[in-house]
Design a protein around this ligand. Structure first.
Ligand code: HEM
Length: 509
């Protein structure tokens, strides 16, 4: 039918007929696209709505309880769970290791784009081209390896000392019950910002969220992480024009935008002049410049580090403190291990990373903390190669997003035993063979292979030190055991009101 004839027919219809036609067309369109979407993964079980619409995952993510909901569904439906028309979740560690391995044909899903912080271009985290990602990552990695690790360690010592001093001051002024969760966040923000440019944000000193970054992150996280599961919404809010209008900008006066502005100026300053610095005051930017990163790469990847490196590590520290502060038996055992190590001269003040690695019970506590309080609960999907793949005995067609369900994986009873939901560090000490495998799985909290977290070495140094230093100085117990904190999960966590009673322990000084 020629186009003019179509216009004639449409023109002859009444408004009611047009409305009815449009509604019928929309319903038909929805039915056809939903059926096509459902058909591809029809053999994968999951919640009914998830099989034909992304809304199930969006709503689950927005609830703040995605870790519990997805976990319950996964237990009900098995090792491959359908979470969306083109999405599945897995909690089998071997599958995750295979997908992430160096030669894996899997790529990163569009979901990664939701982590964009700068409208101008991608950071290493949001770069979807696997070749470009690998090259960029290897240049960035220099700052977290080799002789630079010693520099990171001394920064960690400096900031743990500042945290301890802050707690002493609180106690001395009668504030033994404190929101230790907030202090840990301030500590982490100062540490990362100091490592980056040698300029801490001053959260701990000012006892406040100096740049408004933590508040901004808490405000945006629920919507951002939920809409990350909706391709159209994600494409809109990660598009350069949308981000330019509503995202963080270098001209902002608070939040991440302000920090992006500061980074931009500093990157331009360092590239514009040949600044000679003594080796002990060299920061991450100096190292990246030495390794040939361009000004744009430095700018984009420095902006990423605060969001990537703060809430993850802070969640783990807060989580482990909650577990310790509410579990008298492991708490006493850890204190005793520290007491013995100090008496035998096996640990210095502050403890070194190497010394801490030799404290058996501490290492078991850290592994158990990572497991039960895994900082990333769900997300970072990889895309099945075009030829498809068989996962846990089921064929998964090319293009499907495979989401690791980290929360479920870390509580997998087949790996961790029947009491996997319980804080029991001894599980890592009982049987060395089993423990070695459990540690390997727990390590997946950082991703693996080519998609491994870039800040892993730094985070581990922090874990190795912070519990030793806190517990050799203080006694810590949760202040309101019936509701120790408010925690909601949006890939990472929002934790509020983590009140603890902290008292001086002078027996180990
Ligand atoms: C306990 C602390 C941490 C945990 C559990 C953690 C976990 C993760 C995970 C699961 C990923 C994604 C892996 C994937 O793509 O599959 C990741 C990526 C990343 N993390 Fe971490 N992280 C932590 C701390 C840090 C810190 C302290 C920094 C930096 C200072 C950092 C920087 C990054 C960066 C830059 C990436 C992107 C790496 C890439 O593009 O391949 N993380 N992290």
């Amino acid at each position: 039918m020629p186009l003019t004839a179509v216009f004639d027919v449409v023109g002859s219809l009444s408004w009611t007929q047009l409305a009815l036609g449009a509604t019928s067309f929309t319903i038909l369109w929805f039915l056809v696209t939903s059926t096509v979407a459902w058909y591809k993964l029809r053999h994968i079980p999951g919640p009914f709505f998830a099989s034909f619409s992304n809304i199930w995952l969006v709503w689950t993510a927005y609830s703040g309880l995605s870790h519990l909901i997805i976990d319950a569904e996964q237990k009900k439906h098995g090792s491959v769970l359908r979470t969306g028309p083109a999405d599945v979740a897995i909690f089998d560690p071997e599958t995750l290791m295979r997908i992430n391995s160096a030669r894996s044909p899997y790529t990163r899903g569009m979901w990664y784009r939701s982590a964009r912080v700068d409208y101008r271009a991608d950071s290493v985290l949001t770069e979807l081209d696997i070749g470009a990602h690998g090259k960029r990552k290897s240049k960035l990695a220099s700052a977290f390896s080799g002789k630079n690790v010693a520099r990171l360690e001394s920064k960690v010592d400096e900031w743990i000392a500042a945290l301890i001093a802050k707690i002493h001051t609180n106690i001395a002024s009668g504030r033994e019950t404190m929101d230790i969760g907030k202090l840990v966040q301030y500590f982490q923000v100062d540490l990362i910002s100091d490592i980056q440019l040698g300029e801490p944000w001053g959260d701990l000193e000012g006892n406040k969220d100096a740049f408004g970054f933590l508040k901004m992150s808490d405000n945006f996280l629920p919507a951002m992480q939920s809409f990350a599961a909706l391709p159209l919404a994600r494409a809109i809010y990660t598009s350069p024009w949308f981000m330019r209008l509503f995202g963080p900008k270098p001209t902002d006066t608070s939040g991440l935008g302000l920090f992006i502005g500061i980074i931009e100026k500093e990157v331009n300053r360092r590239f514009g002049s040949n600044i000679e610095k003594p080796s002990e005051s060299r920061d991450l930017l100096d190292i990246w410049i030495d390794h040939g990163l361009t000004p744009d790469e430095c700018q984009l990847d420095l902006s990423l580090l605060v969001p990537a490196g703060t809430e993850t590590t802070a969640s783990m520290i807060r989580g482990t403190l909650l577990l310790l502060g509410s579990s008298p038996v492991p708490y006493r055992k850890l204190k005793q291990e520290l007491r013995d190590a100090i008496a035998a001269g096996r640990i210095s003040n502050p403890v070194t990373n190497d010394e801490a690695k030799r404290l058996e019970y501490l290492q078991a506590v850290i592994s158990e903390g990572f497991r039960l309080m895994v900082p990333i609960s769900f997300g970072f999907p990889k895309v099945v190669p075009p030829s498809g793949d068989t996962i846990c005995g089921k064929f998964i067609p090319g293009g499907t997003n495979v989401y690791p369900n980290y929360h479920g994986m870390m509580r997998n009873k087949e790996v961790f035993g029947h009491d996997a939901d319980i804080f029991r560090p001894e599980r890592f000490l009982d049987d060395e063979h089993k423990a070695a495998y459990m540690r390997k799985v727990t390590d997946l909290a950082f991703g693996a292979g080519r998609f491994m977290c870039l800040g892993k070495a730094l985070a581990l140094i922090e874990m190795n030190k912070i519990f030793v230093e806190l517990l050799r100085n203080f006694d810590i117990q949760t202040a309101s055991p019936e509701r120790p904190w408010q925690r909601t999960g949006y890939t990472t966590w929002i934790i509020d009101n983590f009140l603890t009673r902290v008292t001086e322990d002078t027996t180990m000084r």
